[in-house]
Design a protein around this ligand. Structure first.
Ligand code: AMP
Ligand code: GLY
Length: 455
């Protein structure tokens, strides 16, 4: 990154225009030079990967991360503003002549950061709060899919406990019970018995463990899951390579659900026809449906998909880059990510050419604090990262007393790139050995669906 640029001399920003319609953003103030300062909102491995991709752009002069982590601090300037502090972020962007802001986490989108920046005339990459409902409201997403024939599990939504129990009793087990709202990753329960379903529904609807809200009851589907992300601007879609996350904490897909313990690209069990189906029958109609619903997408659409015996179906949508998928997908991007973000942020995606992606495979392994996703301690020193040849994106780290320390559940992700998944995997696991920290654990079987199970 060119830190020497004299930004105060080179940058000129015209006075912000008020935009009345947050869905239209073709007439924002533009920075009149080639020197661009970018703000990335978020603090995880995903944001480290986004900042790293921006760093490769010749158009980007300086990167800020709010709040960032010890990894982003090496390539950007961290600013201590919380990702949901919309007023604080806007104030920082205005004061510091930020030319483009990129939003990582869903909480920031749902808090309306995009709406606020657009109203102030500042280019920002991410969806409005209304469009973010595709992730933040499961019922909104299910209704949209049902209305537009987008394949997904059969479902009903309930706020009444007795009606929900009666519905579960009328369907085959197991039942998938999803709390419709933010539930810190604990909102999905797969109930094997009626009794378990009753207890869960009692927790969610009668005791309101997560607050007042509805429950979506879905049929249970089976098959391999995969993630399909795309850059989207209205009806324009620019797909990214497919990837697969590993949600369970331990080897063999055992243990509790986590935010994701590893990911890789190149999925032999998903054919080109499957991908085409997902693009044509899921992603494109979803983008069109969001336009019709009056809340067009303008950011990343993440489709969590399952290849069931009855075809590919949507398990969930996210309104943002996936984590840890982003950490394995963005290292393959050969096009200038700033260009993609900026053109989408300013409603100019019609000028974008299809992004190009390296014909290689990537795989990444997450190192998490022992105890995660349950209780864990933090503040332990991590040594040896500088000895790794691989990409290392930091997820939950901090730098204090001149030491790199753990500061979150998921701490580091080690990523390898190459032509052969098996040898990339071998290299990564050797690389991980160089990291010294007794308080971390990781899975040893990332990519098993492609390497062992696929055989
Ligand atoms: P979600 O938060 O909706 O992605 O659900 C979390 C996880 O629960 C998914 O990654 C799946 O492994 C599982 N899951 C969700 N919905 C279903 C379903 N209808 N059938 C089977 N498994 C599901
Ligand atoms: N990897 C799943 C997610 O980002 O929600």
């Amino acid at each position: 990154m060119n830190k020497e640029s004299d930004l105060s001399k080179k940058m000129e920003i015209s006075s912000p225009k008020k935009l009345t319609d947050v869905n239209r953003l073709t007439d924002v103030n533009r920075i009149s030079t080639d020197v661009n300062r970018v703000l990335v909102i978020g603090s995880g491995g995903r944001e480290h990967a986004i900042a790293d991709a921006l760093r490769r752009s010749p158009q980007v002069s300086e990167i800020f991360c709010a709040p960032g982590n010890a990894g982003t601090a090496q390539i950007a300037t961290n600013v201590a503003i919380k990702d949901t502090d919309v007023a604080g972020l806007l104030h920082f962007a205005q004061e510091n002549h930020i030319g483009l802001t990129v939003v990582g986490p869903e909480a920031a989108l749902a808090a309306g950061v995009v709406d606020a920046f657009r109203a102030a005339g500042l280019p920002i990459f991410g969806h409005t709060a209304a469009a973010t409902r595709i992730e933040s409201s499961k019922e909104f997403a299910k209704q949209l899919m049902e209305a537009h024939g987008i394949p997904s599990a059969a479902y009903r939504g309930f706020s009444n406990y007795d009606e929900a129990v009666a519905y579960v009793e009328s369907r085959p087990l197991p039942a998938v019970l999803k709390y419709d709202g933010l539930a810190a990753g604990k909102g999905v329960v797969i109930a094997e018995t009626i009794e378990e379903a009753r207890n869960t529904l009692k927790d969610m609807l009668l005791d309101e463990t997560f607050g007042e809200g509805k429950v979506i009851v879905e049929d249970f589907l089976t098959g391999p899951e995969f993630s399909f992300m795309a850059f989207v601007d209205g009806k324009n879609i620019f797909p990214m390579p497919l990837s697969q996350d590993h949600k369970r904490a331990f080897d063999g897909d055992k243990g509790p659900n986590t935010g994701g313990m590893g990911a890789y690209t190149s999925l032999p069990f998903i054919s080109e026809a499957d991908r085409e189906f997902a693009l044509e029958k899921i992603l494109k109609p979803t983008a069109a449906a969001m336009c019709e619903a009056g809340c067009p997408l303008s950011g990343v659409l993440y489709a969590g998909l399952m290849k069931t015996p009855n075809g590919i179906k949507v398990i969930e949508f996210n309104a943002r880059f996936g984590d840890p998928e982003t950490e394995v997908v963005l290292p393959l991007l050969q096009s200038d990510i700033y260009d993609i973000f900026y053109k989408i942020a300013t409603g100019n995606s019609a000028q974008l050419t299809e992004p190009s992606w390296a014909e290689e495979v990537t795989m990444g392994v997450v190192l998490a604090s022992k105890g995660y996703p349950g209780k864990y301690e933090k503040g332990f020193e991590i040594k040896g990262i500088e000895n790794l040849q691989s990409i290392v994106y930091q997820m939950g780290t901090t730098f204090s007393d001149n030491k790199l320390k753990t500061s979150g559940g998921r701490v580091l992700m080690v990523i390898g790139k190459g032509v052969n998944l098996q040898s990339v995997r071998n290299d990564i696991y050797q690389e991980i050995e160089k990291i010294e920290c007794d308080h971390l654990f990781y899975r040893h079987d990332i990519a098993h669906w492609a390497i062992e199970d696929g055989k």
